[in-house]
Ligand binder design. Structure first.
Ligand code: PGA
Length: 270
C-alpha cells in the first residue's frame, strides 16, 4: 500500500485527477471504477478542468460505479446515476451508453443482478483503475463492516451509521434507502489499480484502521492491504491518526526518484 499525504482536500483531488488523466491518455479506452459521495467530487471537478483545458478525452472509456441504491428510480435526483450525471458525465465527452451501475429493480432477484454486473465487468476485460472513498466506519463501496473479503456484487443492508452519515443528503420527508447493490470486496480487489481518497478528521480512524490496523472484515478497507497496487491519497486531517507518516513521506520521495528515472510506473502513484 502506498500512502500519499497531501496538505488539503484540493491537493488530494489534483493528484487523483492527474493519475486518472495519465491513465486515460495512455489508454484512451480504459475502464474506470467510479465512486459517489462527497470526497471524489473535487476530483471530478479537476477532471472536468483537464478535459476543458488540455483536451483530455473520455469518449472511449467505460465506467463502472461501485454501488447504487435499491428502491430509487434511475432518473430520481437521489440515484447515483443522477449524481454521476451532474458531477461528471454531463461535463465531459463520455459515451453514457458505456457507463454502468449495479442496478437492481424491486422486482428483480438481486443475485441475478449481481451476477449480471460481474459479467459485464469481465466482458470489458476488468477495471483498470478504481476510485474509492472510505466510510467513517471503514466501508468501501457499500461493503459494510463484516463484509466478506470474497464478496462479489450483491445486495447489502446499510448500517445505521452509514444511514446516519448519508441522512444529510435527504430531506426530512424524503425516502432514504437502506438497501444497496454494491461491488463486493473481491470485485474491488480484482481491479488493476486502486486510488482510495480520504479527507477530513472524521476519516482519520478509518484510515488508521485500513492502513495500520489488522486485516479484518470489521474494517472492509483493510482488505486493500491484499492489493498489490493500492494507493491511498489522504489530506493531513485524514492522516492525523497514522503512526508512520514520516516513513510514508520518505517513501514518496524515493518513489519519485524511481519515477523520474524510469518514467511511468503504475504502482507508484503517478
Ligand atoms: P463521503 O463518503 O465521501 O461522502 O464521505 C465516502 C463513503 O461512504 O465511501
Amino acid at each position: 500500500m502506498e500512502v500519499i499525504i497531501e496538505n488539503d482536500a484540493a491537493a488530494v483531488a489534483e493528484l487523483a485527477a492527474h493519475i486518472i488523466g495519465e491513465l486515460v491518455r495512455r489508454k484512451p479506452d480504459a475502464t474506470l471504477g467510479l465512486a459517489t459521495g462527497s470526497t471524489p467530487v473535487e476530483t471530478y471537478k479537476a477532471l472536468i478542468k483537464l478535459h476543458r483545458e488540455t483536451q483530455l478525452s473520455f469518449k472511449n472509456i467505460s465506467t463502472f460505479n461501485l454501488d447504487e441504491y435499491i428502491g430509487i428510480a434511475e432518473d430520481n435526483a437521489q440515484s447515483y446515476r443522477s449524481f454521476m450525471q451532474n458531477k461528471l458525465f454531463e461535463s465531459i465527452d463520455i459515451d453514457v451508453s458505456r457507463t454502468y451501475f449495479p442496478r437492481c429493480e424491486s422486482d428483480q432477484n438481486p443475485a441475478v443482478a449481481g451476477l449480471a454486473y460481474e459479467h459485464i465487468i469481465s466482458e470489458v476485460g476488468g477495471i483498470d483503475l478504481q476510485i474509492l472513498g472510505i466510510g467513517s466506519n471503514g466501508h468501501i463501496g457499500f461493503n459494510e463492516p463484516t463484509s466478506s473479503f470474497a464478496s462479489k456484487t450483491r445486495v447489502k443492508t446499510l448500517t445505521p451509521s452509514t444511514i446516519a452519515d448519508n441522512s444529510r443528503l435527504f430531506a426530512d420527508d424524503e425516502f432514504q434507502p437502506h438497501l444497496a447493490m454494491t461491488m463486493g470486496i473481491a470485485t474491488i480487489l480484482a481491479t488493476g489499480k486502486i486510488l482510495l481518497l480520504a479527507t477530513g478528521r472524521h476519516k482519520a480512524q478509518a484510515v488508521r484502521d485500513a492502513v495500520e490496523g489488522a486485516l479484518s472484515a470489521i474494517c472492509p478497507a483493510s482488505s486493500l492491504q491484499l492489493h498489490q497496487n493500492a494507493v491511498l491519497i489522504v489530506d493531513s486531517q485524514a492522516a492525523s491518526k497514522l503512526k508512520h507518516t514520516q516513513y510514508y513521506q520518505w517513501a514518496r520521495k524515493e518513489n519519485q526518484i524511481i519515477k523520474d528515472k524510469f518514467g511511468y510506473f503504475p504502482s507508484l502513484g503517478n
